[in-house]
Design a protein around this ligand. Structure first.
Ligand code: 6AU
Length: 260
């Protein structure tokens, strides 16, 4: 059977990558295929969101460079919350430079992303060297990489042969654990898909974002994890109530896919 027909628990047991094993186990324990895109601009807001929504998510996705008062203590506290609430951390850095440069950006600078983010992502526009550069830093630390095989925004250029190249490179590189995109891309070594641009509230925003439903993404397209940001914490929203609603919607869509 296709991986889409198997439970997250079973896929975790069979998976070769320890990080993905841990991710699937977390998803099963928490009955959650929801990742929160915590795009807030202060340390206090980010920590409050991670602590209140933490119980309902499998992955906390950060854009650490939008936090105006970033410091090393923020990372320490995020790690403590990840342990407390049982979630992984995904720094959505979207690396896009030559191998040597991304090595410096991933391992060093003020953010030291590889020291605390279980997962990060990159564009393959520079060619396979970007994966090799990131792998040199992240592999020894047990980290994993997602390739941006597609994007959710209007007019995006990651289509056709470019998307296919992403899939080829993912299969060939053990550091790659999957994709950002809208669907399951391959049956090779159970590469996962995480999908942004998911919303129950709106069809898009003023800057090209496009929203699809969990049912479309999980049940029909065979993706594994939904990434939701403003649908959860947007203006006037009760973040905990919305997180529960998206968790429920994502999990129901998964059970429907299994035919349960
Ligand atoms: O739910 P939203 O629209 O508030 O947030 C979506 C989040 C943002 C984007 O930076 C990110 O998902 N994203 C990505 C990722 C995760 O790589 C790729 C993409 O194609 N579209 C997208 O929105 O934090």
């Amino acid at each position: 059977p296709s991986f889409s027909q198997k439970t997250y628990a079973q896929r975790g047991e069979e998976h070769a990558h320890p990080l993905v094993k841990a991710l699937f186990a977390t998803m099963e324990r928490k009955q959650s295929n929801l990742s929160l895109a915590a795009d807030v601009s202060s340390k206090a807001e980010l920590l409050a969101l991670a602590d209140t929504v933490g119980p309902y998510i499998c992955v906390l996705k950060t854009h650490i460079d939008v936090v105006s008062d970033f410091d090393a203590d923020l990372v320490k506290q995020l790690q403590a919350l990840a342990a407390k609430h049982d979630f992984l951390i995904f720094e959505d850095r979207k690396f896009a430079d030559i191998g040597n440069t991304v090595k410096l950006q991933y391992g060093g600078g003020i953010y030291r992303i590889a020291d605390w983010a279980h997962i990060t992502n990159c564009h393959v526009i520079p060619g396979e060297g970007i994966i090799q550069g990131l792998a040199e830093v992240g592999m020894p630390k047990g980290r994993g990489l997602l390739l941006l095989a597609e994007m959710s925004s209007a007019g995006m250029l990651a289509t056709g042969a470019y998307t296919d190249k992403n899939v080829e490179m993912a299969i060939a590189n053990d550091f790659v654990i999957g994709f950002i995109g809208s669907r399951r891309f391959t049956e090779e070594r159970d590469l996962i898909t995480m999908t942004p641009g998911v919303g129950l509230h709106a069809s898009g925003d003023a800057l090209g974002q496009q929203y699809r439903t969990p049912k479309k993404i999980i049940t029909e397209n065979g993706s594994d994890i939904i990434i939701v940001g403003r649908g959860i914490y947007g203006p006037g929203k009760d973040a905990v109530a919305e997180a529960k609603r998206y968790r429920e919607a994502g999990w129901t869509a998964y059970l429907d896919r299994l035919g349960h």
